[in-house]
Design a binder for this molecule. Sequence first.
Ligand code: ZN
Length: 272
Amino acid sequence: MRRELEIPRWPQPASVAVSLTFDVDAESGFLSEGAEYAARLTTLSEAAFGPARGVGRILDLLSELALPATFYVPGDTAERHTATVEQIVAAGHEVGHHGHLHLRSDRISADQQREEIERGFAALQESVGVRPRGYRSPSWELTPETFALLGEFGFDYDSSLMGDDRPYLEEREDRTILELPVHWSLDDWTHFWWGIDEGGRLATPSSVLEVWLAEFESALADRRHVTYTMHPEIIGRGHRIAMLRRFLETIRDRANIWFASHGEICDYLRKP
Ligand code: ZN
């Protein structure tokens, strides 16, 4: 159940708040799909392009424009690509919880959902010494069991649901969590992904730029917060990182924006 949250004015002079989020899925999502993927070197290499090349391009762009971001990192990625995740942490960006093997909550048992949370925490702690405050469910599919675990493990916020286009409170039974909502249209995966088994879209960057700018204009008119979601293996391709640069430079010139990590938005909304 959604409960409306009173949103204060953003830190002056900002009239809109934007969060840039990057889900560093790498190979985890494929390896969790089944053993046959272990032999699919091309598919795995495309996933590994994210940490190998995409993350560096994203970090360079964020550094150049002096923007913060939240990176949601599966435990498996932290173990497999520790040096890359260390670079994210060293650059001062927030790291959020994104499961361990990127297993979809609705496809696994309650015990496995708990294991995904516990192993994700342990891997991030042991690999890069981080304890995330926020959670984003793999593939954005959240179940009542995982929702209860978020309260049990003390997460400050979730970013998986789509019940509004601004922060709100999600309530279930006796539990409440701050929700920083997402949407498929503001995700690079749905626009750009193409796979040999299922096909896909391979949209032109200009068409995605048009959608994302239109949503920004709506957020500006509403003076609300908006989250964009990207994946290093998708947005990190040369022609797409150029689109991200154009998007960021365009909105930065358009309005006074508070670019904030999800943790910063959470702190701001919670302050008395
Ligand atoms: Zn993911």
